[in-house]
Write a protein that binds this ligand. Sequence first.
Ligand SMILES: Cc1cc2nc3c(=O)[nH]c(=O)nc-3n(C[C@H](O)[C@H](O)[C@H](O)COP(=O)(O)O)c2cc1C
Ligand code: SF4
Length: 504
Amino acid sequence: MRKQFFITSIISIGLSIVLGKFVSSSYYYLLFFILPFVVLGCYDVIQTKRSILRNFPVLGHLRYIFESISPEIQQYFIERRTDGTPLSRNQRSLIYQRAKGVKDTHPFGTEHNLMEPGYEFLAHSIFPKEHVEAPRIKIGGPHCTKPYEAALLNISAMSFGALSNRAIEALNIGAREGGFYHNTGEGSISSYHLQGGDLVWQIGTGYFGCRTPDGKFDPEKFRDCAAKPEVKMIEIKLSQGAKPGHGGILPADKNTPEIAGIRGLKPYTTVFSPPGHSAFSNVNGLLKFVEQLRALSNGKPIGFKLCVGRRDEFEELCDEMVKTGITPDFISVDGAEGGTGAAPPEFADHMGIPLERGLVFVVDTLFARGLREHIKIICSGKIISGSSMVRFLALGADLCNSARAMMLAIGCIQAQRCNTNNCPTGVATQDPELIKGLDVKDKSVRVTNFQKNTVKAAMEIVGAIGLEHPDDLRRHHVIKNINATESRLFSEIYPYQDMVVKPL
Ligand SMILES: Cc1cc2nc3c(=O)[nH]c(=O)nc-3n(C[C@H](O)[C@H](O)[C@H](O)COP(=O)(O)O)c2cc1C
Ligand code: SF4
C-alpha cells in the first residue's frame, strides 16, 4: 500500500510540474489534487494482484485502509468492557491500573453473567483471614546444589528479538526492583537482560547462546553462560502453548546485526528454530540432558517447559524419571491459550491442551508416581489477575508466570501486530523509531507495580477463602458452572486420585 502511494505521488508530482507549464494557476491547483487519484486509478486497473482494486479503482483502497485499522476501530468504538480477545477491555484495564498503581476497584457490581456455563467462582470462608504473606517458593530437588527461592508471579519467556531492547530492559529492571524472575525466552541473554534482575535462561531448539556454528548444542558455551550470577535457573523449552511442536520464526527484519551477534546468526535472514531438539530424541535422552545441564551449571535448578500434548509421552517420561532417578527441578506447564510473537493459526488454534487440563494432568501424573514432592510446577496461560493465580494454585501449581500481562504493563495496547515489526508501542519491534517511544524508567516501575499488586490481590483471596498460606489451596476451593442450572467443585471435575493431599 505504502509503495503504491509513493509511486503515485512521484508520478503525480512529475506530471503536475510538466502540465503546470501549460495550464493556468487555478487549473494547476485542481490538477494537483485530482492527478494523484487519476494516477492511482490507472495503477489499480493495470496491477494484477488485487481484484477489488482492478474492479473498483481508488475506491477499493478504503477496504484495505479499514481492514488495517480494524483492531483499533473494534477497540475504540465497538468493543464492550467484557469484550475483546485475547484479553477483554476489563482485563486490560485491570492490568493497566495495577501497573500504574492507581485505583483498581470496580464500581456498581459485576458485568458478567454469573450463571453462564464455564463461569468460575472461588469459595470464600465464613472465617476469612487477614494479612496472608506471599511466600517464596524453593525450587531445587535432591540433585540441585543451588536452589532458588522464586516469587509467586514472574515474567514468562519472551526473547530479545520478539521484544525490543527497551522492553527487555524495562522488564528486567522491574523484576530486579520487585524481587521476581525474568525468563529470557529462547533468544539468549543480551546486555538488556543484565540489569540486575534474576534470570531464568531458556534454551530452545536453536540453542541460541550455547550453539555451535551448525546449530547444535555447545556444552562449553553453555557452561560459560550458565555461570553468570544473574542466571538462577535454566529451562529447556520443549514447546509453548501457542505453537507446540512448531519451532520458532525470527523474521529477517527483526534479525538485526545486534540480535544476530547475541544469538550467533547471520543478520537480516529469517531464522527458523527447528521444531525439536537435536541434543536428544527420547525420554531417556531428555533426562540425560537435564543431568548434563545440571552438571555444567554447577548444580543450578534445571527444568523444562511444555504445553501438554501427547499424554502417553509425558507418562513415559515420568516412568523414566522413576526408573533412572533423574528428575527435573521444575516443570513449566504452558496452556494452549498462551501468547506468542508469531505462530501459524492452525497451531495457535488447534494444537495443544489448555492450561486447566494440562496442569491437572501433569500434577496428577507426578503424584501418581511419587514424583510431585521434589518437582515444582510453574504455570502460564492468561494469568493476569489474583483470581487467575489462585485458580491455578488451587489446581496444583506452585507458582505462576505471565507474558502478555507483563507486555501490557509496559505499554502494549493489544494492537496484535507483534509479527509485523510495526508494534505502535515499541514493545514488540526492532524499529528504532517506534522503540524510542518506550520509556524504560517509567515502564519498569509499572512491571514492579503490576506484579506486586496482583500478588497482593491473590493473597487477599487466599485470606478470603479462610487460609493462611497459598499452599493450602485445594481444588474444592474453585467452583465451575457446568450448565445453566448446575455447578461443580474442581475436586469433583478433577478428583484427587490416589494422591496424598492434606484435606483442608
Ligand atoms: C511476544 C511473545 C514472545 C514469546 N516468546 C517465547 C519464547 O521465546 N519462549 C517461550 O517458551 N515462550 C514464549 N512465549 C510464550 C510465553 O512465555 C507464555 O508461555 C505464554 O504467552 C502464556 O502466557 P500469557 O498468557 O501470560 O501470555 C512468548 C509469548 C509472547 C507473547
Ligand atoms: S501493542 Fe500490539 S504489536 Fe505491540 S506488543 Fe502489543 S499486541 Fe503486539
